[in-house]
Design a protein around this ligand. Structure first.
Ligand SMILES: [Zn+2]
Ligand SMILES: [Zn+2]
Ligand SMILES: [Zn+2]
Ligand SMILES: [Zn+2]
Length: 233
């Protein structure tokens, strides 16, 4: 059962489980979120937490790390980066020895299933990219340092780093593009930035563009935490 109201050490008002129709920055982990969240009803506060940050599990595990328990910590560590996306851990995080993960990265669905004009599309979360990421055009997110997790389609054609999609989301969020999107964003697509450049630079066929855009949009939603578990099989 969902907890609909919480008291949280990070805020002096009660927080209610709500739905945010535009992306927000989580005041716990500092990453972006969308959809279900704990929110302060006092608008002046503009305070949001990912659902999983509001009611954080003290210990978490992940299928990529066998027999390892990650411990929830309230404070990030300067200069330490998330193993999944390569971004700094600036707030709530999960830690095991020298491995750090954002709560939102830890919760990324292992598979995303979509249907594009009757063509089924399946994207699997992998510990590293198998081909070049279609955003940064590299296999590693930070050369020689971090490979970074990636979503890869079962056909192998679509490969995107979680971290690159996360950066894309932040760019769009800072530019205010998410707020401009009409009729609720998600169904309309959350992919805006440099789509033309990114599509053409990879030398794909023109008719594959809509599918690429569709695949990227699925991942954008997953990274924002907008994918509800019932969509995942
Ligand atoms: Zn969070
Ligand atoms: Zn408040
Ligand atoms: Zn991360
Ligand atoms: Zn990339």
């Amino acid at each position: 059962m969902k907890i609909t109201e919480i008291n949280h050490f990070n805020h002096h008002h009660k927080l209610k489980l709500s739905y945010s129709g535009t992306p927000y920055q989580c005041d716990g982990c500092k990453e972006l979120g969308f959809g279900s969240c704990y929110q302060c009803n006092n608008e002046k506060c503009d305070f949001h937490l990912h659902e999983n940050c509001g009611v954080a599990k003290p210990i978490a595990t992940h299928s990529f790390f066998k027999n390892i328990n990650f411990k929830y910590e309230k404070k990030g560590k300067q200069g330490k980066t998330c193993k999944a996306c390569g971004k700094d851990v600036q707030g709530f995080m999960y830690k095991s020895k020298e491995t750090y993960l954002h709560p939102s990265c830890l919760e990324l669905p292992s598979t995303l299933n979509g249907d594009f004009n009757g063509r089924s599309l399946r994207l699997n979360l992998k510990v590293k990219a198998s081909t070049k990421c279609l955003i940064c055009q590299n296999k590693e997110i930070s050369k020689g340092k971090l490979k970074g997790w990636a979503y890869i389609s079962s056909c192998g054609k679509h490969c995107y780093h979680v971290g690159c999609v996360n950066n894309l989301n932040f760019e769009n969020w800072k530019m205010g593009y998410f707020n401009q999107s009409q009729s609720g964003g998600v169904t309309n697509g959350l992919v805006f930035i440099n789509e033309e450049n990114r599509g053409s630079s990879s030398g794909r066929k023109e008719n594959e563009r809509p599918l690429m855009r569709y695949a990227l949009n699925l991942i954008v939603q997953a990274v924002l935490g907008a994918v509800v578990s019932s969509w995942i099989s």
